[in-house]
Design a protein around this ligand. Structure first.
Ligand SMILES: [Zn+2]
Length: 380
């Protein structure tokens, strides 16, 4: 192996720019028929790593058995964290923060808690440094930021629409550190008096594990749709990209396709009288936000366009895993300007402190003003 100190030959910034240009040129090359996207060396592995970090690493059962046995021989007990649907105790631990809702007259919106977890601020506020992003945010004892994973229940036009499905039965972030902080979308729906078969439609913002693994549940060793009567709606480009990740595809999408439940859309789509899908690419190639229009106010569930409300205050800070940080920023700017012009509400499902905000201008930037928590009716 050989390591070369680039800085000895040319300034690092120049080199980085050169490589970025080379990658951009490669990706912009003509593609053979049927080729969706050109990947550069290392990119498939990098993407796989992202999925692994989110979904965990698959270990075949025999190999796992050998690990457990080897542990036993050395006196090491191998503990497996399995996330279990919680009892009421853990809900109380969280101070009963799970009933964020917005009453818009004929439309009701409920945040549906999947679970709590944590993320690295350097990851969600890329490329800011910790000194830049940390003011005003609480870090836990591991230096991480607390996040939630939420679905959104839209009750409108006599229909129940769910946006995103959470981690489902997959192992997700934060579980090992905080396995008690789990709720599950199905449980949280039940607390709202909603059964899985009541859901008529599921809209998926994007195909990352914390948003789609709850599409399905395991029954008798098989994955079946968690919402048996629902059509699941996703952008076509997102579905195509998700197909490349075999494990997520097999677990979260194939069972839907088998039952004809997956519907792909392209671009802006009116889903019903009050609900529309708004493409906001960047975090992933086919990421979409979900617009809810009421006579009182427009509300946008932004998916991972903003992981935390602070991403809407500093539009240039995005997720380091973004498919395209540039496209991500452009989408954020578009949404921010729209939100200010229309006095709209943004729902940021991962933010435990400010899940529902309105946006104001603050100097050159923006300020995300949290809506009062719990069951608040918005005036016009
Ligand atoms: Zn997410």
């Amino acid at each position: 192996m050989m390591a070369v100190n680039i800085a000895a030959f040319q300034p690092l910034d120049e080199f980085r720019q050169l490589v970025d240009e080379m990658i951009a040129a490669t990706k912009a090359s003509a593609r053979a028929p049927g080729v969706e996207e050109i990947l550069v060396p290392g990119e498939p592995e990098w993407r796989r790593r992202e999925v692994r970090l989110r979904l965990g690493v698959d270990i075949p059962e025999p190999a796992w058995q050998r690990i457990v046995e080897a542990g036993a021989r050395c006196g090491v007990v191998v503990t497996v964290w399995r996330w279990a649907n919680d009892g009421p105790e853990s809900r109380e631990n969280e101070g009963g923060m799970m009933s964020d809702s917005l009453d818009l007259g004929t439309i009701k919106l409920d945040l549906v808690l999947d679970r709590y977890g944590e993320v690295d601020g350097n990851q969600v506020f890329c490329p800011a440094t910790q000194e830049e992003w940390s003011p005003g945010l609480d870090l836990n004892e591991r230096g991480a930021l607390r996040v939630m994973s939420n679905a959104l229940l839209i009750s409108a036009d006599g229909q129940l629409t769910l946006v995103d499905t959470g981690w489902g039965e997959a192992i997700g972030w934060g579980d090992a550190q905080a396995p008690q902080h789990t709720h599950g979308v199905l449980n949280s729906l039940a607390r709202l008096g909603v059964a899985a078969q009541d859901i008529q439609r599921v809209i998926l913002t994007h195909a990352h594990g914390d948003h789609v693994c709850g599409n399905t549940i395991q029954r008798d060793g098989r994955w079946v749709s968690a919402f048996p009567r629902a059509e699941y709606v996703i952008q076509r480009t997102e579905a195509e990209a998700a197909r490349r990740d075999e494990e997520t595809w097999r677990v979260a999408f194939e069972p839907l396709i088998e039952r004809g439940q997956l519907r792909t859309i392209s671009g802006w789509s009116e889903i019903g009288p009050t609900v529309a899908c708004w493409p906001t690419p960047g975090h992933t190639i086919g990421h979409q936000s979900v617009l809810i229009r009421s006579s009182q106010r427009q509300v946008l569930f932004v998916g991972d366009l903003a992981v935390l409300a602070k991403n809407m205050e500093r539009l240039e800070w995005g997720h380091s895993w973004a498919w395209s940080l540039d496209a991500d920023r452009t989408s954020r700017r578009e949404v921010a300007e729209w939100a200010i012009a229309n006095r709209s509400v943004l729902i940021i499902g991962h933010d435990p402190e400010r899940p529902m905000v309105s946006l104001e201008r603050a100097g050159e930037g923006y300020r995300a003003v949290p809506l009062p928590r719990r069951g608040i009716t918005q005036e016009g």
